[in-house]
Design a protein. Sequence first.
Length: 461
Amino acid sequence: MTATELSSSVPYREVTDANGRMYRVGESDIDIMGRKRKWMVILPWVGMMGISSAEYAFASAEDTLHTAHSWNSAHIFWMMTVWVFFQAAVAFPAGRLRESGRLPARWAMMIGSLGTLLGYLSLAFAPHVVFAYIGFSVFSGMGAGMVYATCVNMVGKWYPERRGGKTGFVNGGFAYGSVPFVFLFTGFMDLTNFRWVLVSVGVLLAGMVASAGFFFRDPPKNWWPAEIDPLNPPADPRARRSLRKNPPAVKQYTPLEAWKTGRVALMWFCLACTSGVNIFGIAFQVDIGKEAGFAGGIVATAMSLKAVVNGTGRGVIGWLSDRYGRKQCLLAVCVILGAAQFGILWSAGAGNLPLFLVFSAVSGFGGGAIFPMFAALTADYFGENNNATNYGMVYSSKLVSGLGAGMGALVVESWGHSGAFTLAGCISFFAGFVAIFLSPPGRPKSRGIRPNPQPLGEEMA
């Protein structure tokens, strides 16, 4: 019996809470897909690692690509900028297709795998820079966006009662998955081997994405874990605390309904600001380190450390948000990210290398932690059924924040590193101030999960 046949033969109930939200209970993860739901954390994590190198390791291949293809350095910079644009732009339409059922999760991952492969092939063999833009910036960017949106939202659907830590863990793969390839592109790839290195990496990463995505499966709409009571505080202390701190959405909001609450616009603005600060830091930390007189190898080590902490920090902050609340952790992250910019500026000005490394790591933590916070917060506020589309609206802010490096270059040119890092820190603080006004739509601040005082409406499938 297949997983689909098994799921269809298992009776379930649809119960309604005091807010009018419906929950589908009675089916276990094994009933639905024939395996434990932990696989819908492990497999998306693998998929995210498969697309991470295109963004976080691309700069490490810049020198070799510049010499091998005689591409202008500005072209290489804009390749990355356009990649970020398409990676963010595809999130909303891909989400719409996913939630409508026209694009199953498995096929979204297969398309993403193909885009990943085309990106590396174009970097290796493009006869003209235009083909690299098309192959890497457009196809690879769109493929990565499809994989990112699918993986992040998959986790929230399977862990609606404590999604923070799981979402953060999966999201972390998008950062530290690139670390081995940073060293590969920097220390091993050269003019004699760049083509086969890029092709090998492309085949490997595309294979990772496709292999993981082959086993993807969405739960039914409104699904809730059979062992967790959605109408009363659950027995599991972890789930009980998480649901008390982050109560589920009062209803399943459509994208239009979510937008009308005003929360999407606030989240979009906050993510645009903090993500822009993160991208600015990645682009200019090397420059300010070299200006301070630190050795190039040390600065590169600082960037690698930043990437590692950027990834691991996403899982840590997700776990903390389950314990202490999503909004509270988001506010803390905005303050940490802002303070780190001032710390980098101060330690570089003082020539203090140990503190420069520390603040680099802190900046990486803050810059990475913002993404799982908004991914989980979107599902907390608007529900799981349309989460791919709703988060696609929020994540589209990266279309603007992707310009953080370019705009940062203009600020550095006019105000120097001192003015630029000061401005970046202030922007992050301001994003934290705006985030204070976030609150779950349709729910009084004091209301959490509570027993339904009226008889439950139930239907047997």
